[in-house]
Ligand binder design. Structure first.
Ligand code: C2E
Ligand code: MG
Ligand code: MG
Length: 597
């Protein structure tokens, strides 16, 4: 009995314990359920999303208030309605369904779960976009019993995505397609041209003198000017042509069907004329121009990148030709560009490899035949290309932005050398306009003078008119700061280029160098050359500026320039550009008794 009672008690106890555990577990579960429903309720009330549910026949069941409200109906109205019919709205009858709806139908049919499924909804006049996610439901026995998921209205989100997409493809200032979109347009045009054996065209357009407007009148005026340019371009577009802004003052144009090349060239001419007409911006009348590079695809480039590069090379050529014109790409441009590229690579390392040196050409006083000093001339002896003339590699160094480094080396080497010459001799060093644009240039000159110990008035920097043709005004300021150091300035190559004596008033020059071609023309009896030299000499005398005749090769030329009143001369007659050792011998010579040799 006792044993039985004990057994019974133990059994009861363990049963009770089990019951308590079960009860507790149930309580936890109930509580969790409650929490979930509260959470769901909250979700339903506040979130921008709603729950939806269907039965196995794809009909809406237990529609929530929010879901019904999103549909613009009462819950009872949509209860039991086929979900596809509900979402299709008015298009249900027409039978033409949006891609999103068709995708949804497919998912429901295949019982696949899905996320981020977007579809347009048209319950009212205004189209909205919904995003749905759902998973199939199965009961305990594994039988499919419908879908349950969430939905959200993403119309606003989509609009901002559209806007971002638009911003990524259109220029914000002018509203024109940007580089990305115009490149895509070009690719499409190339594919179309390829498909029908036709040709398309690409124009690269650069505004002339735009930078001057921007620099002098400020960016807001520059921006408004760009908008007017865009507007004029826009007026010239059609279904066959699109234009865009590549950035800065660069625009581009795609002509889809360019089988009539003559018409495309004529269009380029008309665009230049249209863009060169004066602009009215903020009460200013502005005059700018345009240069165009034109390339035809697939002839001038099989891919859009190649075609753009070809148009760019042609644009380069148009600018070289004095701007305000268009140039059509030709294969020779590519060959030249390739040669330049290879030469540029060699040039980059030339200084470090010790391939560069300076030669010094004497400058003589025409009256007494005395040595006044030397002009330092840069020489490049390339193991690969041989002797490359400065006329070839200096422009390259300017374009490749290595002129500052090379120029600084020239200045330093020349000044150190000149410091070893007798006191009275000067050194003239050529300075490229690009160097003057560099903020650090004045500091370089000051440092070199200090390091070499050369007195500032023995250094003469030769600049060309190109300095003033640059579109910024910084050069004049830089020149003034150089003058403040006590360094002299010389106007080089007068007679080629613009030959405007007006430049003499821009800054204080110590001398003006008349180009050799002018001297030769005068010696051959060229009346214009003679008249100009006379005028230059007269003006220089009145301003107390020296005149140096360049490229004097014969005694006749020497006598002529002396008779015309040029104070100094330079040229093969007096000596070619000499290596440094010969220069030293010449510099050390006693010049006091060397009368007109
Ligand atoms: P430039 O400054 O006008 O230099 C005078 C040029 O005329 C030199 O050519 C010189 O060799 C040449 N020349 C001198 N006498 C005669 C002559 O009697 N007959 C003829 N036909 N030519 C003569 P080079 O050395 O070929 O230099 C050409 C140009 O390259 C220079 O013209 C100058 O503008 C530029 N250049 C030379 N060295 C430098 C440099 O270190 N820096 C910069 N930025 N430019 C330089
Ligand atoms: Mg010179
Ligand atoms: Mg010269």
């Amino acid at each position: 009995m006792l044993a039985f009672t004990l057994l019974l008690m133990t059994a009861c106890l363990s049963r009770t314990r089990a019951l308590v555990t079960i009860h507790n577990a149930q309580a936890v579960l109930d509580e969790r359920d409650e929490t979930i429903s509260v959470l769901l309720l909250e979700f339903e009330e506040s979130a921008a999303e709603w729950l939806w549910e269907t039965d196995a026949t794809r009909r809406v069941i237990r529609p929530s208030a929010r879901f019904a409200r999103a549909c613009g109906r009462a819950p009872a109205d949509i209860d039991g309605m086929p979900i596809l019919q509900l979402l299709a709205g008015p298009s249900w009858d027409s039978g033409t369904f949006a891609a999103g709806l068709r995708a949804l139908a497919e998912k429901l049919r295949n019982r696949d779960s899905f996320v981020n499924l977007r579809l347009p909804i048209r319950f009212t006049e205004q189209e909205r976009w919904w995003q749905l996610a759902a998973a199939p439901r199965y009961d305990d026995r594994g039988i499919f019993c419908g879908f349950r998921g969430v939905g959200a209205d993403v119309t606003d989100q989509r609009a901002s995505a559209d806007k971002i997409n638009r911003m990524a493809r259109f220029d914000t200032l002018t509203g024109l397609p940007n580089r990305r979109l115009i490149t895509e347009t070009l690719s499409d045009a190339m594919i179309a041209a390829e498909a029908c054996g036709g040709r398309c065209a690409f124009m690269m357009l650069d505004l002339d003198r735009f930078k001057a407007v921007n620099d002098t009148l400020g960016h807001p005026v520059g921006d408004r000017l760009l908008c007017q340019v865009a507007e004029r371009l826009g007026h010239m577009m059609s279904a066959n042509r699109s234009c865009g802004r590549l950035g800065g003052d660069e625009f581009a144009l795609v002509v889809r069907d360019a089988s009539d090349t003559g018409a495309v060239e004529e269009l380029a001419g008309r665009i230049i004329t249209a863009l060169s007409r004066p602009y009215d911006v903020d009460h200013y009348t502005l005059h700018i121009g345009a240069s165009i590079g034109l390339a035809f695809g697939p002839r001038d480039g099989r891919t859009s990148e190649m075609l753009i590069r070809s148009a760019d090379l042609a644009l380069y050529r148009a600018k070289d030709a004095g701007r305000g014109v268009f140039r059509v790409y030709e294969p020779a441009l590519y060959v030249q560009a390739e040669e330049r590229r290879v030469l540029e690579i060699a040039l980059r390392g030339a200084l470090d490899r010790g391939e560069m040196s300076l030669a010094y050409q004497p400058i003589i006083d025409t009256q007494g035949g005395m040595l006044r000093g030397f002009e330092a001339l840069l020489r490049w002896e390339s193991p690969e290309f041989g002797t490359v003339p400065p006329s070839r590699f200096i422009p390259l160094a300017e374009d490749a932005r290595i002129i500052a480094q090379i120029g600084a080396w020239v200045l330093r080497t020349a000044c150190v050398e000149a410091a070893s010459w007798p006191e009275g001799l000067r050194i003239a060093v050529n300075v490229s306009p690009v160097q003057l644009q560099n903020d650090g240039f004045v500091t370089t000159v000051a440092t070199v003078l200090a390091d070499s110990g050369l007195s500032a008035d023995r250094l003469e920097l030769e600049v060309t008119e190109g300095v003033f043709l640059r579109e910024d005004r910084g050069a004049t300021t830089t020149l003034a700061r150089i003058l403040d150091l006590g360094v002299r300035l010389s106007l080089d190559d007068f007679g080629i280029g613009h030959s405007s004596l007006g430049y003499l008033s821009r800054t204080r020059f110590s001398s003006i160098k008349i180009d050799g071609s002018f001297v030769r023309a005068a010696a051959r009896g060229g009346r214009e050359a003679l008249a100009i030299i006379r005028a230059v000499v007269a003006l220089a005398q009145s301003l107390d500026i020296a005149t140096i005749a360049e490229g004097v090769e014969t005694q006749d030329e020497r006598q002529l320039v002396a008779a015309l009143g040029c104070t100094h001369a330079q040229g093969d007659l007096f000596g070619r550009a000499l290596p440094v050792t010969e220069t030293r011998t010449l510099a050390e010579r006693d010049w006091t008794d060397s009368a007109a040799a």
